[in-house]
Design a protein around this ligand. Sequence first.
Ligand code: PLP
Length: 442
Amino acid sequence: MPKTIKNPETIALHGGEYRKDPSTTAVAVPIYRTTSYQFNNTEHAANLFALKEFGNIYTRIMNPTNDVLEKRVAALEHGLAAVTVSSGQAASTFALLNVAQSGDNVLSSTDLYGGTVNLFTHSFKKLGIEVRYADPSDPKNFEKLIDDKTRAIYAETLPNPYLRVFPIKEVSDIGRKYNIPLIMDNTASPVICNPLDHGAAVVIHSLTKFIGGHGTVIGGILVDGGNFDWTADPKRQPLFNEPDPSYGGAIWGQVVPQLTGANVAYAVRARVVLLRDLGSCLSPDNAFGIIQGLETVAVRMKQHCSNAEKVVAFLTKNKNVEKVIYPTLHKGEVANRAKKYLKNGNGALVGIEVKGGVDAGKRFIEALQMFYHVANIGDARSLAIHPATTTHSQLTEEELLAAGVTPGYVRLSIGIEHPDDIIADLTQALEASGKGKLKAVS
Ligand code: PLP
């Protein structure tokens, strides 16, 4: 990518190193549907396995189609390197397993996607990794939970349902005092926020959402910011400072900068240890699908955000709406965070409490004609869901309330259709929700 390119609209199309396919000159990124790569000779093969030389070995660990996606998303997020994985869930799993092992703990914001809460609270517990939750309304809540086994802090930039923007710099500064990296799930806010610029060390995405953008592919990615010193406090980050017996005693924090000349130990370890051992790789076909979405993500985000603002203005005046939840509608410090961290838009997610509680909320969803009723966000189409009975249904009542999922809450992911058509569908569905005369819903 030419060094003059700085803007996300251009990075999304030209970011990374890909210009044309070296053998065919194809401009579109080819799908390299291969499992393996021919080694030049035995020395070349040995060097690749020993990481003395970087190159393709096996598609579970790397693939040239995925490589284009990785470099472009890394550029879009102002990071140094990235690793694609099979889903956003795999990205969250890798994000923590790359720094923590049995006996360690990780701090997490309470404002989290329900699937991540399950992963952290139950599956990680079974692996011996404790996740301790802190309320992000006061960044100091994180500091209180740190002990000498704390390996990372994890949060989402723009978490639903509360849609309170996370205090990225405030918490990153606390973490960095203790050599603890902040890992940000930026799924809901690509382009409009760059957490690495505010001190986060790692960014992850569910590529399934806005970056893929068309509801066709599941995928995930981890982006290494290259801005965290993994060797500054060896006791704090043992996985980067102790010899790894699974890789000939490699000390990742030392060996990666020596071999690559770059501070990308986090990305390299995720690739050569976690992808090697756990699998969960993204298929090149899916990487191709995500690249098609990535190329227009910056333009789509503008339309998502401007439509969402119009929808918010409409909803706040509608008599059938009890409450509208949107990053800029919060008060005080939380609203300030939206101004501080979001640029060129405040996101596509909008929450509403439909007047009349659970039944009215259900009637509203049933009456939507254009919005799809699906468990996804970030599609080019407008989407709606009732989290308490779907995405967050495996949480306890206490966890639901802590996550801000009230019984009548409906989450909207505003698409890129014409805003008048979006508002027309919402208008008729809200009218139906107030009348209570649609077919009975259980
Ligand atoms: N992170 C966030 C914020 C999400 O909303 C989701 C999915 O809804 C995930 C992670 C998990 O992503 P995936 O569905 O691609 O596994």
